[in-house]
Design a protein around this ligand. Structure first.
Ligand SMILES: Cc1ncc(C[n+]2csc(CCOP(=O)(O)OP(=O)(O)O)c2C)c(N)n1
Ligand code: SF4
Length: 262
């Protein structure tokens, strides 16, 4: 099989805007799932609400497109009721860290054996571009027309602090690395969290100097720094520019996990 065998082609065309980064993340995830050799009838995709959360609707397996922010609560229920299922969650930064923030930290604390792929476009895309918990300082959105004054969450640091077994960050530019990271997450027992920064040309890019999708992808390429290099620079007492995106595997450990297959 290839990743395209997992797509529900009768649901096409999809709702995504031209240049949206979400499709890249869906492809990377399906490629990783395909490499696991999982059966479709043993795999479930779960999501909340948002552009990112529309992803399970395009995949042939059983899926739950739930209420906003509650994907992890539903995923927890599926996994605890039937641990033999492979459960993958698609979510957005608003879905995961705003309305769903409480579910996020507790799913990590419980270390439930699911893989969570967050398409972080730093905005509420579906509802027209409101600021989210990951909107960078001074970024423009419909709710921060003079620039966001709030500090943004680092989703990966949050997942690590809360107890997830595997945590990694890449972007829609880093297709091979992102696919490998998702594969590593699928293989790791316990909660795996993969953050994928994605461009949203419609509601983030055009308000923040990235008029074309490629402009934001180039930003990801130029501002990404491997975590190993960032650690080395810190050890040497050197400064890391504040807009640096730290990339790579940020945590891999073996805390006791819930819902692991027998
Ligand atoms: C309980 C509830 N509150 C608010 C909404 C409206 N709503 C739909 S999607 C969304 C935000 C989506 O943002 P994000 O999760 O980051 O996904 P994106 O669309 O950016 O991929 C909101 C607030 C809703 N559907 N349900
Ligand atoms: S609004 Fe943004 S996130 Fe939503 S489909 Fe369009 S480009 Fe993608």
């Amino acid at each position: 099989m290839t990743f395209s065998d997992w797509l529900r082609v009768d649901r096409l065309p999809h709702i995504y805007c031209a240049g949206c980064g979400n499709g890249t993340v869906i492809n990377c995830t399906l490629s990783a799932v395909d490499q696991m050799g999982w059966k479709k009838e043993e795999t479930v995709f779960v999501s909340g609400i948002g552009c990112s959360s529309r992803a399970p609707g395009y995949i042939v397996t059983d899926s739950l497109h739930t209420t906003h922010g509650r994907a992890l609560a539903f995923a927890t229920g599926i996994k605890l009721a039937n641990p033999s299922l492979n459960v993958v969650v698609f979510t957005g930064d608003g879905d995961l860290a705003a309305i769903g923030g409480n579910h996020f930290i507790h799913a990590c604390r419980r270390n439930i054996d699911i893989t969570v792929v967050c398409m972080n476009n730093m905005i509420y895309g579906m509802t027209g571009g409101q600021g989210s918990p990951t909107t960078p300082r001074m970024a423009l959105s419909t709710t921060t027309p003079y620039g966001s004054v709030e500090p943004a969450f680092d989703l990966c640091e949050l997942a690590i602090a809360a107890g997830a077994n595997y945590v990694s960050r890449w972007t829609s530019y880093h297709v091979k690395e992102l696919t490998r990271a998702i594969l590593a997450g699928l293989r790791t027992p316990g909660l795996s969290f993969i953050e994928a920064l994605v461009q949203c040309p419609t509601n983030y890019g055009r308000r923040n100097r990235y008029r074309q999708a490629i402009d934001q992808i180039e930003y990801f390429k130029e501002h990404g720094m491997l975590v190993e290099k960032a650690r080395r620079l810190r050890e040497e007492g050197k400064e890391i520019p504040p807009d640096t995106i730290i990339l790579g595997e940020l945590a891999r450990r073996n805390r006791p996990a819930m819902g692991v297959k027998a």
